[in-house]
Ligand binder design. Structure first.
Ligand SMILES: [Zn+2]
Ligand SMILES: [Zn+2]
Length: 380
């Protein structure tokens, strides 16, 4: 049972004459924990020797520890490594409370990796968090390790609990990772000016580059050509839900990931994504071609604008016409209300970050208004 009383901070603080005394007490307690861990490690060594985990149907001592002691895998792994360690120094440092269990486990791993005496001596002065890096540098990689690393390659996508975000996990060899990261970073620099101090963070630019590559469908694209058709995404819209929540609910992709009002607007703007509306009468495929910008108007906007109309932007990458007044708000395909934008300004800034075009900014020098802002603040 949890007690309803919280920590009496004043009383605790008053029981120490100085801050240093607090620190000393914390260290003394950590030493106690080390000694308790040392005892656990002894018992676990016996458990391992008797092959208890195997009898209990566990894959490893680590798995057994995690289950029986209700521990996070990382901590269970530390205890298992210590239980299997043959190093007298490691066990002594834990038993006497000189080293924390984290440090002792780090040292044991380093020894297992075949580090020399010199390296081990150096490790004593290194912060616990850096022991892992030191170990990685001394670990050997056999041809078998290499094959296993390659066989472990994978890429999968997992939606979060609310289906509002998909997280991708990639596993690949170091060489493949180098190739992929180099390509992504290079591509990111072609979309977003590397000298722009306001550009998105590196990890965000990499995703932008990845999506961008996906839009290519693997085929090379002329750097200043018009944007080809967008992703063949299929959006399902529950008409009732979507209307009730102004687009904040009811729209999902085929895989179930949600699509919000910004993306819905982008679909209306670009109009090439397949849409299926579900209402009380059942399924209704939406003929998006009917909404799409007529080719003649599209060509005219390209001819008239020539490049991205964002103020100061010189990009001609994947130019797309954008509707200054969203069709959802009554805008139409009138060329006066269309503006040519590069992929970054159109897809990222307008339709994902939710910026709008300042209607008072002149053609050729269009400014962007942050979400919720309706007029540009006065200059200066
Ligand atoms: Zn648009
Ligand atoms: Zn631009």
């Amino acid at each position: 049972m949890l007690s309803s009383t919280t920590i009496d901070i004043d009383r605790v603080a008053a029981s120490f004459p100085t801050i240093d005394a607090m620190e000393t007490e914390l260290q003394r307690l950590e030493g106690l924990i080390s000694r308790v861990r040392a005892r656990q490690v002894e018992i676990l060594a016996a458990v391992d020797h008797l092959q208890v985990p195997a009898w209990d149907g566990c894959r490893s001592l680590q798995e057994w520890v995690a289950g029986r002691l209700d521990m996070a895998p990382r901590n269970a792994s530390d205890l298992a490594v210590l239980a299997k360690s043959a190093s007298r120094e490691v066990h002594d440092s834990l038993r006497t409370g000189v080293a924390s269990a984290d440090r002792a486990a780090g040292m044991a791993r380093l020894e297992n990796a075949g580090a020399s005496e010199t390296v081990l001596d150096r490790a004593e002065g290194v912060a616990v968090g850096q022991l892992g890096q030191l170990m990685a540098r001394h670990r050997r990689m056999t041809p078998l390790d290499e094959t296993q690393a390659f066989k472990a390659r994978r890429l999968w996508f997992q939606p979060n609990l609310g289906n509002t975000l998909a997280t991708a996990t990639m596993a690949m060899t170091g060489a493949d990772m180098e190739a992929v990261l180099t390509a992504l970073d290079r591509r990111a620099d072609t979309i977003i000016n590397p000298h722009d101090e306001h550009r998105p963070r590196l990890e965000q630019r990499r995703i932008d580059a990845l999506v961008y590559l996906a839009l290519d469908h693997g085929a090379p694209v002329a750097s200043d050509g018009p944007a080809p058709r967008r992703l063949p995404a299929h959006i399902f819209i529950d008409a009732t839900e979507c209307q009730r929540t102004q687009g904040e609910a009811g729209a999902t992709t085929r895989s179930g990931i949600k699509v919000g009002p910004n993306t819905l607007r982008e679909i209306l703007c670009v109009g090439d994504t397949q849409t299926t509306i579900i209402d009380s009468d059942g399924l209704k495929a939406v003929p998006t071609d009917g909404d799409r910008l007529p080719q003649r108007t599209r060509d005219f906007v390209f001819f008239r604008d020539g490049g991205c109309q964002g103020d100061g932007c010189t990009s001609r990458y994947r130019l797309e016409p954008h509707h200054i007044i969203h069709q959802a708000n009554g805008g139409d395909h009138n060329p006066e209300l269309l503006v040519l934008l590069c992929w970054f300004h159109h897809h990222v800034v307008i339709h994902q970050y939710g910026y709008t075009i300042d209607p008072h900014s002149p053609p050729g020098r269009r400014r962007f208004l942050a979400p919720g802002v309706t007029r540009a603040p006065p200059d200066g």
